[in-house]
Design a protein around this ligand. Structure first.
Ligand SMILES: *[C@@H]1O[C@H](CO)[C@@H](O)[C@H](O)[C@H]1NC(C)=O
Ligand SMILES: *[C@@H]1O[C@H](CO)[C@@H](O)[C@H](O)[C@H]1NC(C)=O
Ligand SMILES: *[C@@H]1O[C@H](CO)[C@@H](O)[C@H](O)[C@H]1NC(C)=O
Ligand SMILES: *[C@@H]1O[C@H](CO)[C@@H](O)[C@H](O)[C@H]1NC(C)=O
Ligand SMILES: *[C@@H]1O[C@H](CO)[C@@H](O)[C@H](O)[C@H]1NC(C)=O
Ligand SMILES: *[C@@H]1O[C@H](CO)[C@@H](O)[C@H](O)[C@H]1NC(C)=O
Ligand SMILES: *[C@@H]1O[C@H](CO)[C@@H](O)[C@H](O)[C@H]1NC(C)=O
Ligand SMILES: *[C@@H]1O[C@H](CO)[C@@H](O)[C@H](O)[C@H]1NC(C)=O
Ligand SMILES: *[C@@H]1O[C@H](CO)[C@@H](O)[C@H](O)[C@H]1NC(C)=O
Ligand SMILES: *[C@@H]1O[C@H](CO)[C@@H](O)[C@H](O)[C@H]1NC(C)=O
Ligand SMILES: *[C@@H]1O[C@H](CO)[C@@H](O)[C@H](O)[C@H]1NC(C)=O
Length: 377
């Protein structure tokens, strides 16, 4: 009886394997992994800290490896945080994995100090993440030939050298993260020359780059610009007196940037798609423009650590979607508007270090009054 059950089980298992392999690759040959790709990965293994990469097993089942289900080609490799220090030519076997579409080598330093131009040889590459890899020097022009690249992350390579030419060449990707690289020789205004983004959504991470020049309306009006991170660029000046477009930008971080007139431009009320606005320590010295309450989609607003004075207008309560509001460390005076109690989604509220007073008859739920203490005397 027991062996009959076992036999049935084996038949079912066989059928199962037949159907799954039939449906996924229309061939019965297992494993999926190609011998050349298998040996390239095994060579790479010598320079990595990686478990579960065993010769004789299907490399498509190894951790950090993704294969295309029909061809069995290795198309994805995520080796972030797997690294060894130092140079070792055995890592060049990565470049034999020519079918790769997604590469993540973040937080390693096994190539270097120069960024190998061979990365430009992966013709089908869509995602390249080489953040915090200690690369130095020029960005090889071959990398800009990657015509299918959608997402490029080179952030944290502090000694990469940008030139206007390499920067303009790379401005073709939908997601570009260059935070913590040295862009002191680049002017942000060159962005406005790009008139033909071919992506439906563009994210630019340029925080802590020392990029110079001006943030102007031309840039904020770039079609399909969704996220612009310019945190920590103290040499950058914000000059946006007019915005004659329906800017699509949704996340904007200009912390530490310098604002013309030390004021929040009234044109920002035309950034109607904003969900997150961060203007931490921007030297703002003016009142909060009432038109800010036009930004109906805001969920995150941080104006902390400026010299903003005047009172908080009751129209603030129009910002019904706010979950995060930080106005701390300014010179705001007067009463916290009673209408604040309408901000039902707030989970973080910080009004500390101002000269505000709080009407004890309005109630803010405990969960929303995290940071009221310091002015509640
Ligand atoms: C370089 O690779 C070899 C194997 O090819 C390995 O034995 C050695 O430890 C590696 N050295 C460094 C510095 O990564
Ligand atoms: C993997 O195993 C095969 C057969 O056992 C052997 O020929 C090959 O050299 C091995 N590859 C590596 C990189 O150890
Ligand atoms: C790596 O290979 C190149 C040639 O491909 C050679 O010039 C270089 O000396 C090698 N580096 C090391 C550390 O083995
Ligand atoms: C790149 O993608 C195309 C289209 O999907 C495919 O025909 C080609 O074989 C791929 N090339 C490599 C090297 O993976
Ligand atoms: C790159 O990889 C790092 C580490 O895994 C990750 O934190 C970062 O978000 C990645 N970048 C992109 C653009 O996905
Ligand atoms: C930006 O400039 C400051 C000095 O002005 C320097 O300390 C910092 O390292 C620079 N940042 C980058 C990413 O080069
Ligand atoms: C975009 O415009 C630039 C010049 O402004 C041109 O060199 C480039 O080929 C264009 N790209 C596309 C995809 O049309
Ligand atoms: C806002 O945009 C409209 C057109 O969409 C324009 O008429 C108006 O001048 C803009 N306001 C500011 C302050 O830029
Ligand atoms: C902005 O959008 C509104 C409504 O969708 C439209 O009427 C207006 O013409 C647009 N303005 C610009 C400058 O595109
Ligand atoms: C703010 O501006 C006023 C003049 O409008 C000036 O007197 C004051 O010093 C400025 N405060 C700061 C902190 O810059
Ligand atoms: C607030 O204003 C007073 C003078 O009215 C000034 O001494 C103080 O530094 C200001 N605080 C901030 C954070 O700007």
């Amino acid at each position: 009886m027991g062996s009959l059950l076992l036999l049935q089980f084996q038949i079912i298992l066989c059928l199962h394997m037949f159907f799954t392999s039939f449906s996924s690759s229309s061939s019965l040959s297992l494993p999926l992994c190609h011998p050349d790709q298998n040996s390239a990965l095994l060579q790479l293994k010598n320079s990595l800290k990686v478990d579960g990469w065993e010769n004789g097993t299907d490399c498509c089942s190894w951790p950090a490896v993704t294969c295309e289900s029909t061809s069995g080609h290795v198309i994805g490799l995520d080796l972030s945080w797997h690294g060894l220090e130092g140079k070792n030519n055995s890592t060049s076997s990565l470049f034999h994995l020519t079918h790769l579409q997604k590469i993540n080598l973040a937080h390693n330093s096994f190539y270097g100090p120069l960024l190998p131009s061979q990365f430009g040889g992966f013709v089908n590459l869509t995602h390249l993440n080489l953040s915090w890899c200690s690369f130095e020097g020029d960005i090889p022009s071959k990398i800009s030939y990657l015509s299918k690249l959608v997402s490029l992350d080179l952030s944290g390579n502090l000694n990469l050298k940008w030139t206007e030419t390499t920067w303009k060449r790379l401005l073709r990707n939908a997601e570009i993260f260059l935070d913590y690289t040295d862009m002191s020789s680049i002017r942000l205004s060159s962005l406005s020359l790009i008139t033909n983004w071919s992506f439906s959504s563009v994210t630019l991470g340029l925080s802590n780059t020392n990029i110079t020049g001006y943030l102007t309306s031309d840039i904020l009006c770039l079609p399909n610009l969704k996220e612009l991170h310019l945190y920590g660029n103290t040499y950058l000046q914000v000059h946006v007196s007019r915005l004659n477009c329906n800017a699509s930008v949704s996340i904007l971080d200009l912390s530490f940037c310098e604002f013309q007139g030390s004021m929040i431009p009234s044109s920002f009320s035309n950034l109607t798609y904003l969900t997150s606005l961060t203007l931490f320590e921007c030297g703002l010295n003016g009142s909060i423009p009432s038109s800010l309450s036009n930004l109906q989609h805001l969920t995150h607003l941080d104006l902390s650590s400026n010299s903003i004075f005047g009172s908080i207008l009751s129209s603030f309560s129009n910002l019904q979607h706010l979950t995060y509001l930080d106005l701390s460390n300014n010179n705001l005076t007067g009463a916290v508007p009673a209408s604040f109690s309408k901000l039902e989604l707030l989970t973080h509220l910080d009004l500390s270090s101002n000269e505000l007073w709080f009407n004890p008859f309005i109630s803010l739920e405990a969960s929303r009054s995290c940071c009221l203490g310091s002015f509640l005397q």
